[in-house]
Design a protein around this ligand. Structure first.
Ligand code: ATP
Length: 380
Protein backbone atom coordinates (compact mmCIF):
# COMPACT_ATOMS: atom_id res chain seq x y z
CA UNK A 1 0.00 0.00 0.00
CA UNK A 2 1.54 3.31 -1.05
CA UNK A 3 -0.24 6.53 -1.89
CA UNK A 4 1.29 9.90 -2.54
CA UNK A 5 -0.13 13.35 -2.12
CA UNK A 6 1.47 16.58 -3.27
CA UNK A 7 -0.09 19.52 -1.48
CA UNK A 8 0.71 22.79 -3.23
CA UNK A 9 4.38 22.02 -3.84
CA UNK A 10 6.62 24.95 -4.72
CA UNK A 11 10.31 24.85 -5.62
CA UNK A 12 12.56 27.85 -5.97
CA UNK A 13 16.12 27.88 -7.25
CA UNK A 14 17.94 31.14 -6.49
CA UNK A 15 14.66 33.02 -6.08
CA UNK A 16 13.17 31.70 -9.33
CA UNK A 17 10.06 29.51 -8.98
CA UNK A 18 10.42 26.43 -11.18
CA UNK A 19 7.53 24.46 -9.58
CA UNK A 20 4.59 26.77 -8.99
CA UNK A 21 2.17 25.11 -6.59
CA UNK A 22 1.54 21.54 -7.76
CA UNK A 23 -1.35 19.55 -6.25
CA UNK A 24 -1.60 15.87 -7.11
CA UNK A 25 -2.90 12.59 -5.73
CA UNK A 26 -1.30 9.30 -6.76
CA UNK A 27 -3.42 6.32 -5.75
CA UNK A 28 -2.10 2.99 -4.54
CA UNK A 29 -0.79 0.84 -7.45
CA UNK A 30 -1.29 3.59 -9.99
CA UNK A 31 1.15 4.09 -12.86
CA UNK A 32 1.45 7.87 -13.12
CA UNK A 33 3.52 9.54 -15.84
CA UNK A 34 4.82 13.12 -15.63
CA UNK A 35 5.23 14.44 -19.15
CA UNK A 36 6.10 17.83 -20.57
CA UNK A 37 8.69 19.70 -22.61
CA UNK A 38 12.30 20.10 -21.51
CA UNK A 39 12.66 22.35 -18.48
CA UNK A 40 9.00 22.10 -17.36
CA UNK A 41 10.07 20.73 -13.95
CA UNK A 42 9.37 16.98 -14.25
CA UNK A 43 12.70 15.84 -12.80
CA UNK A 44 12.66 18.47 -10.07
CA UNK A 45 9.22 17.28 -8.96
CA UNK A 46 10.37 13.65 -8.97
CA UNK A 47 13.55 14.49 -7.06
CA UNK A 48 11.48 16.28 -4.41
CA UNK A 49 9.28 13.19 -4.04
CA UNK A 50 12.45 11.09 -3.73
CA UNK A 51 13.86 13.41 -1.07
CA UNK A 52 16.88 14.32 -3.21
CA UNK A 53 15.74 17.94 -3.41
CA UNK A 54 14.18 20.04 -0.65
CA UNK A 55 10.70 21.53 -0.94
CA UNK A 56 10.45 25.36 -0.84
CA UNK A 57 6.78 25.30 0.16
CA UNK A 58 3.91 22.81 0.45
CA UNK A 59 3.79 19.24 1.73
CA UNK A 60 4.61 15.78 0.40
CA UNK A 61 2.62 12.98 2.03
CA UNK A 62 3.31 9.27 1.59
CA UNK A 63 0.50 7.08 2.94
CA UNK A 64 -0.86 10.17 4.64
CA UNK A 65 2.37 10.93 6.49
CA UNK A 66 4.26 14.15 5.85
CA UNK A 67 7.78 13.32 4.63
CA UNK A 68 9.22 16.79 3.85
CA UNK A 69 11.94 16.39 6.49
CA UNK A 70 12.50 12.64 6.03
CA UNK A 71 15.61 11.47 4.14
CA UNK A 72 15.42 9.50 0.87
CA UNK A 73 16.32 6.16 2.48
CA UNK A 74 13.40 6.35 4.93
CA UNK A 75 10.71 7.20 2.34
CA UNK A 76 9.98 3.62 1.22
CA UNK A 77 10.74 4.35 -2.40
CA UNK A 78 13.34 3.42 -4.99
CA UNK A 79 14.48 5.47 -7.97
CA UNK A 80 15.72 4.33 -11.38
CA UNK A 81 17.66 6.95 -13.33
CA UNK A 82 18.39 7.53 -16.99
CA UNK A 83 22.11 6.84 -16.38
CA UNK A 84 22.03 3.54 -14.59
CA UNK A 85 25.68 3.56 -13.37
CA UNK A 86 26.22 -0.09 -12.50
CA UNK A 87 29.41 -1.08 -10.67
CA UNK A 88 31.56 -2.45 -13.54
CA UNK A 89 33.64 -4.81 -11.36
CA UNK A 90 30.60 -6.49 -9.76
CA UNK A 91 28.44 -9.25 -11.20
CA UNK A 92 24.79 -8.64 -11.98
CA UNK A 93 23.81 -10.46 -8.76
CA UNK A 94 26.15 -8.33 -6.64
CA UNK A 95 25.03 -5.12 -8.34
CA UNK A 96 21.44 -5.96 -7.46
CA UNK A 97 22.23 -7.06 -3.92
CA UNK A 98 24.70 -4.30 -3.02
CA UNK A 99 22.34 -1.90 -1.28
CA UNK A 100 20.95 -4.76 0.81
CA UNK A 101 24.51 -5.74 1.81
CA UNK A 102 25.15 -2.18 2.96
CA UNK A 103 21.89 -2.29 4.91
CA UNK A 104 23.03 -5.50 6.66
CA UNK A 105 20.36 -7.80 5.16
CA UNK A 106 21.39 -11.47 5.82
CA UNK A 107 22.92 -13.26 2.83
CA UNK A 108 20.18 -15.90 2.44
CA UNK A 109 17.51 -13.21 2.37
CA UNK A 110 19.58 -11.12 -0.08
CA UNK A 111 20.07 -14.06 -2.42
CA UNK A 112 16.38 -14.92 -2.38
CA UNK A 113 15.37 -11.36 -3.25
CA UNK A 114 17.97 -11.15 -6.06
CA UNK A 115 16.75 -14.47 -7.49
CA UNK A 116 13.13 -13.27 -7.40
CA UNK A 117 14.02 -9.96 -9.10
CA UNK A 118 16.06 -11.86 -11.71
CA UNK A 119 13.05 -14.11 -12.39
CA UNK A 120 10.71 -11.16 -12.84
CA UNK A 121 13.17 -9.37 -15.13
CA UNK A 122 14.31 -12.50 -17.01
CA UNK A 123 17.91 -11.99 -15.89
CA UNK A 124 18.42 -15.45 -14.35
CA UNK A 125 20.95 -16.56 -16.97
CA UNK A 126 22.97 -13.39 -16.55
CA UNK A 127 23.46 -13.22 -12.78
CA UNK A 128 27.18 -14.07 -12.94
CA UNK A 129 28.01 -11.67 -15.77
CA UNK A 130 29.60 -8.25 -15.33
CA UNK A 131 27.85 -5.14 -16.78
CA UNK A 132 30.45 -4.86 -19.60
CA UNK A 133 29.10 -8.11 -21.04
CA UNK A 134 25.47 -6.94 -21.14
CA UNK A 135 23.42 -5.10 -23.77
CA UNK A 136 21.95 -1.67 -23.01
CA UNK A 137 18.52 -3.15 -22.35
CA UNK A 138 19.94 -5.83 -20.04
CA UNK A 139 21.85 -3.17 -18.07
CA UNK A 140 18.70 -1.14 -17.67
CA UNK A 141 16.91 -4.26 -16.40
CA UNK A 142 19.67 -4.73 -13.79
CA UNK A 143 19.16 -1.11 -12.71
CA UNK A 144 15.43 -1.84 -12.31
CA UNK A 145 16.36 -5.03 -10.43
CA UNK A 146 18.31 -2.93 -7.93
CA UNK A 147 15.08 -1.08 -7.21
CA UNK A 148 12.90 -4.22 -7.08
CA UNK A 149 15.03 -6.00 -4.44
CA UNK A 150 14.32 -3.15 -2.06
CA UNK A 151 10.61 -3.92 -2.36
CA UNK A 152 9.62 -0.25 -2.16
CA UNK A 153 6.07 1.05 -1.92
CA UNK A 154 6.73 3.53 -4.71
CA UNK A 155 9.01 3.22 -7.74
CA UNK A 156 10.30 6.44 -9.28
CA UNK A 157 11.65 6.39 -12.85
CA UNK A 158 13.46 9.36 -14.38
CA UNK A 159 13.56 8.91 -18.18
CA UNK A 160 14.91 5.35 -17.73
CA UNK A 161 14.66 4.42 -21.41
CA UNK A 162 16.10 7.49 -23.08
CA UNK A 163 19.56 5.94 -23.57
CA UNK A 164 18.14 2.96 -25.44
CA UNK A 165 17.54 2.69 -29.17
CA UNK A 166 14.00 2.97 -30.52
CA UNK A 167 13.29 -0.78 -30.82
CA UNK A 168 14.58 -1.52 -27.33
CA UNK A 169 12.58 1.37 -25.89
CA UNK A 170 9.40 -0.16 -27.25
CA UNK A 171 10.32 -3.56 -25.80
CA UNK A 172 11.24 -2.12 -22.38
CA UNK A 173 8.03 -0.09 -22.36
CA UNK A 174 6.03 -3.30 -22.62
CA UNK A 175 8.21 -4.97 -19.96
CA UNK A 176 7.68 -2.06 -17.57
CA UNK A 177 3.91 -2.26 -18.07
CA UNK A 178 4.09 -6.00 -17.33
CA UNK A 179 6.30 -5.35 -14.31
CA UNK A 180 3.76 -2.88 -12.98
CA UNK A 181 1.02 -5.52 -13.21
CA UNK A 182 3.16 -8.19 -11.58
CA UNK A 183 4.53 -6.09 -8.72
CA UNK A 184 1.26 -4.24 -8.11
CA UNK A 185 3.37 -1.29 -7.00
CA UNK A 186 2.78 2.43 -7.25
CA UNK A 187 4.96 3.85 -10.03
CA UNK A 188 5.79 7.41 -11.03
CA UNK A 189 7.56 7.80 -14.34
CA UNK A 190 9.07 10.92 -15.91
CA UNK A 191 9.44 11.31 -19.66
CA UNK A 192 9.29 13.97 -22.35
CA UNK A 193 8.00 11.34 -24.79
CA UNK A 194 4.23 11.56 -25.10
CA UNK A 195 4.05 8.11 -26.71
CA UNK A 196 5.63 6.56 -23.59
CA UNK A 197 3.17 8.52 -21.49
CA UNK A 198 0.15 7.41 -23.55
CA UNK A 199 1.13 3.76 -23.68
CA UNK A 200 2.15 3.16 -20.06
CA UNK A 201 0.17 5.48 -17.84
CA UNK A 202 -3.00 4.92 -15.87
CA UNK A 203 -2.86 8.64 -15.29
CA UNK A 204 -0.84 11.32 -17.10
CA UNK A 205 0.22 14.60 -15.53
CA UNK A 206 1.02 17.18 -18.23
CA UNK A 207 3.38 19.89 -16.98
CA UNK A 208 4.46 23.15 -18.52
CA UNK A 209 6.55 25.87 -16.89
CA UNK A 210 6.23 24.33 -13.43
CA UNK A 211 2.43 24.20 -13.61
CA UNK A 212 0.12 21.19 -14.05
CA UNK A 213 -1.80 21.76 -17.29
CA UNK A 214 -4.02 18.68 -16.96
CA UNK A 215 -4.27 15.36 -15.12
CA UNK A 216 -6.20 12.47 -16.61
CA UNK A 217 -6.22 9.07 -18.26
CA UNK A 218 -4.50 8.87 -21.67
CA UNK A 219 -7.83 8.71 -23.49
CA UNK A 220 -9.32 11.58 -21.46
CA UNK A 221 -6.36 13.76 -22.40
CA UNK A 222 -6.52 12.67 -26.03
CA UNK A 223 -10.25 13.23 -26.47
CA UNK A 224 -10.84 16.01 -23.97
CA UNK A 225 -7.71 18.18 -23.73
CA UNK A 226 -8.39 21.05 -21.37
CA UNK A 227 -6.41 23.55 -23.40
CA UNK A 228 -4.50 24.10 -26.59
CA UNK A 229 -1.15 23.20 -25.02
CA UNK A 230 -2.33 19.71 -23.95
CA UNK A 231 -4.11 19.25 -27.29
CA UNK A 232 -0.88 19.95 -29.16
CA UNK A 233 1.35 17.97 -26.83
CA UNK A 234 -0.65 14.73 -26.70
CA UNK A 235 -1.04 12.87 -30.00
CA UNK A 236 1.28 12.29 -32.91
CA UNK A 237 1.44 13.77 -35.53
CA UNK A 238 0.36 16.84 -33.63
CA UNK A 239 -3.12 18.38 -33.88
CA UNK A 240 -3.79 20.84 -36.74
CA UNK A 241 -4.88 24.31 -35.64
CA UNK A 242 -6.50 27.14 -37.55
CA UNK A 243 -8.32 30.36 -36.72
CA UNK A 244 -12.11 30.41 -37.24
CA UNK A 245 -14.91 32.89 -36.64
CA UNK A 246 -18.05 32.22 -34.60
CA UNK A 247 -21.23 32.76 -36.66
CA UNK A 248 -23.78 31.43 -34.16
CA UNK A 249 -24.04 29.77 -30.76
CA UNK A 250 -26.80 27.45 -29.54
CA UNK A 251 -27.32 24.61 -27.05
CA UNK A 252 -26.22 22.26 -29.86
CA UNK A 253 -22.81 23.91 -30.15
CA UNK A 254 -20.85 26.66 -31.83
CA UNK A 255 -21.17 27.36 -35.55
CA UNK A 256 -17.90 28.52 -37.12
CA UNK A 257 -16.69 29.58 -40.55
CA UNK A 258 -13.82 27.42 -41.78
CA UNK A 259 -10.91 28.64 -43.91
CA UNK A 260 -12.40 28.53 -47.40
CA UNK A 261 -15.77 29.85 -46.27
CA UNK A 262 -17.84 26.74 -45.34
CA UNK A 263 -19.59 26.58 -41.96
CA UNK A 264 -19.67 23.76 -39.44
CA UNK A 265 -21.50 23.27 -36.13
CA UNK A 266 -18.98 22.04 -33.54
CA UNK A 267 -20.75 20.29 -30.63
CA UNK A 268 -19.10 22.08 -27.71
CA UNK A 269 -20.43 24.15 -24.82
CA UNK A 270 -20.64 27.70 -26.12
CA UNK A 271 -20.01 29.31 -22.73
CA UNK A 272 -19.62 33.06 -23.15
CA UNK A 273 -18.76 32.81 -26.84
CA UNK A 274 -20.02 35.71 -28.94
CA UNK A 275 -20.90 35.88 -32.61
CA UNK A 276 -17.90 37.33 -34.48
CA UNK A 277 -15.40 36.05 -31.91
CA UNK A 278 -12.20 34.46 -33.21
CA UNK A 279 -11.49 30.95 -31.91
CA UNK A 280 -8.93 28.28 -32.74
CA UNK A 281 -10.23 25.10 -34.33
CA UNK A 282 -8.17 21.95 -33.66
CA UNK A 283 -8.47 18.68 -35.58
CA UNK A 284 -6.16 15.69 -35.20
CA UNK A 285 -4.58 14.37 -38.43
CA UNK A 286 -6.28 11.00 -37.90
CA UNK A 287 -9.68 12.71 -37.73
CA UNK A 288 -9.31 14.39 -41.12
CA UNK A 289 -10.40 12.54 -44.23
CA UNK A 290 -9.66 13.00 -47.89
CA UNK A 291 -13.03 13.84 -49.52
CA UNK A 292 -13.59 15.03 -53.09
CA UNK A 293 -16.10 17.61 -51.87
CA UNK A 294 -14.39 18.40 -48.55
CA UNK A 295 -14.64 21.96 -47.20
CA UNK A 296 -10.87 22.54 -47.20
CA UNK A 297 -8.26 21.98 -49.85
CA UNK A 298 -4.63 22.36 -50.84
CA UNK A 299 -1.64 20.74 -52.52
CA UNK A 300 0.20 17.68 -51.26
CA UNK A 301 3.83 18.60 -50.46
CA UNK A 302 5.12 15.48 -48.67
CA UNK A 303 3.84 11.92 -48.36
CA UNK A 304 5.00 9.64 -45.54
CA UNK A 305 3.92 6.05 -46.03
CA UNK A 306 3.91 4.14 -42.75
CA UNK A 307 2.32 0.97 -44.14
CA UNK A 308 -1.02 0.89 -42.35
CA UNK A 309 -1.48 4.64 -42.62
CA UNK A 310 -0.13 7.49 -44.76
CA UNK A 311 0.60 11.04 -43.58
CA UNK A 312 -0.16 13.65 -46.23
CA UNK A 313 1.32 17.12 -45.67
CA UNK A 314 -0.95 19.57 -47.44
CA UNK A 315 -0.12 23.22 -48.17
CA UNK A 316 -3.30 25.29 -47.92
CA UNK A 317 -3.93 29.03 -48.03
CA UNK A 318 -4.19 28.71 -44.28
CA UNK A 319 -0.80 27.03 -43.72
CA UNK A 320 0.22 23.38 -43.62
CA UNK A 321 -2.24 20.65 -42.59
CA UNK A 322 -1.38 17.03 -41.89
CA UNK A 323 -3.94 14.38 -42.83
CA UNK A 324 -3.46 10.81 -41.63
CA UNK A 325 -5.01 8.87 -44.49
CA UNK A 326 -5.44 5.23 -45.36
CA UNK A 327 -2.26 3.24 -46.05
CA UNK A 328 -3.37 2.65 -49.64
CA UNK A 329 -4.30 6.27 -50.43
CA UNK A 330 -3.68 7.01 -54.13
CA UNK A 331 -2.16 10.49 -53.91
CA UNK A 332 1.12 11.95 -55.10
CA UNK A 333 3.17 15.03 -54.32
CA UNK A 334 1.72 18.11 -56.11
CA UNK A 335 -1.78 16.55 -56.31
CA UNK A 336 -4.59 18.94 -55.43
CA UNK A 337 -6.72 17.39 -52.67
CA UNK A 338 -9.79 18.31 -50.66
CA UNK A 339 -10.40 17.18 -47.11
CA UNK A 340 -12.93 17.38 -44.30
CA UNK A 341 -13.68 16.14 -40.82
CA UNK A 342 -16.41 14.96 -38.48
CA UNK A 343 -17.30 18.05 -36.38
CA UNK A 344 -17.90 15.75 -33.39
CA UNK A 345 -14.17 15.07 -33.27
CA UNK A 346 -13.04 18.69 -33.61
CA UNK A 347 -11.97 20.98 -30.76
CA UNK A 348 -12.40 24.70 -30.20
CA UNK A 349 -10.08 26.84 -28.09
CA UNK A 350 -10.62 30.37 -26.81
CA UNK A 351 -8.05 33.12 -27.13
CA UNK A 352 -6.55 32.26 -23.72
CA UNK A 353 -6.03 28.67 -24.92
CA UNK A 354 -8.82 27.06 -22.84
CA UNK A 355 -10.91 24.45 -24.63
CA UNK A 356 -14.68 24.77 -24.92
CA UNK A 357 -15.80 21.46 -23.35
CA UNK A 358 -17.15 18.90 -25.79
CA UNK A 359 -20.84 18.03 -25.52
CA UNK A 360 -20.03 14.40 -26.39
CA UNK A 361 -17.97 12.64 -23.78
CA UNK A 362 -15.98 9.95 -25.57
CA UNK A 363 -17.41 6.45 -24.85
CA UNK A 364 -14.11 5.05 -23.50
CA UNK A 365 -13.70 8.02 -21.19
CA UNK A 366 -17.27 7.46 -20.02
CA UNK A 367 -16.51 3.82 -19.21
CA UNK A 368 -13.49 4.90 -17.16
CA UNK A 369 -15.71 7.31 -15.28
CA UNK A 370 -18.38 4.67 -14.61
CA UNK A 371 -15.82 2.15 -13.39
CA UNK A 372 -14.47 4.95 -11.26
CA UNK A 373 -11.02 3.87 -12.30
CA UNK A 374 -9.74 7.29 -13.01
CA UNK A 375 -11.52 10.39 -13.86
CA UNK A 376 -9.19 13.09 -12.87
CA UNK A 377 -9.92 15.43 -15.72
CA UNK A 378 -11.12 17.98 -13.29
CA UNK A 379 -8.55 17.28 -10.61
CA UNK A 380 -6.11 20.15 -10.19
N1 ATP B 1 19.96 22.83 -9.22
C1 ATP B 1 19.33 23.75 -9.96
N2 ATP B 1 19.63 25.06 -9.84
C2 ATP B 1 18.99 26.00 -10.57
N3 ATP B 1 18.02 25.71 -11.48
C3 ATP B 1 17.67 24.44 -11.65
C4 ATP B 1 18.30 23.37 -10.91
N4 ATP B 1 17.75 22.20 -11.28
C5 ATP B 1 16.81 22.50 -12.22
N5 ATP B 1 16.76 23.84 -12.43
C6 ATP B 1 15.85 24.55 -13.35
O1 ATP B 1 14.54 24.14 -13.05
C7 ATP B 1 13.76 24.02 -14.23
C8 ATP B 1 13.16 22.61 -14.29
O2 ATP B 1 14.21 21.68 -14.48
P1 ATP B 1 13.94 20.10 -14.59
O3 ATP B 1 15.25 19.42 -14.73
O4 ATP B 1 13.06 19.69 -13.48
O5 ATP B 1 13.13 20.03 -15.95
P2 ATP B 1 12.68 18.75 -16.78
O6 ATP B 1 11.28 18.97 -17.13
O7 ATP B 1 13.03 17.50 -16.05
O8 ATP B 1 13.56 18.90 -18.08
P3 ATP B 1 14.35 17.79 -18.96
O9 ATP B 1 13.29 17.01 -19.69
O10 ATP B 1 15.17 18.63 -19.88
O11 ATP B 1 15.15 16.95 -18.01
C9 ATP B 1 14.69 24.33 -15.39
O12 ATP B 1 14.48 25.65 -15.77
C10 ATP B 1 16.07 24.14 -14.80
O13 ATP B 1 17.00 24.96 -15.44
Amino acid sequence: MATLKLDHIVKEFDGAEVIKGVDLIVEDREFVVFVGPSGCGKSTLLRMIAGLESVSDGDILIDGKKVNQIGPAQRDLAMVFQSYALYPHMTVANNMGFSMRLAGVPKADRDARVREAARILKLEELLDRKPGALSGGQRQRVAIGRAIVRNPGIFLFDEPLSNLDAALRVQMRIELARLHNELEATMIYVTHDQVEAMTMADKIVVLQGGVVEQVGSPMALYHHPRNRFVAGFIGSPTMNFTEVEVTETSPAGVQVTLPGGDSRLIPVESGNCQRGERLTLGVRPEHLTIEDNGPMGGTVTVIERLGGATSLYIATEDGEWVVMADGEVQKRVNNAVRFGFDPGRAHLFMENGDALPSLNRHPLVNIERRENRIDTMDQQ
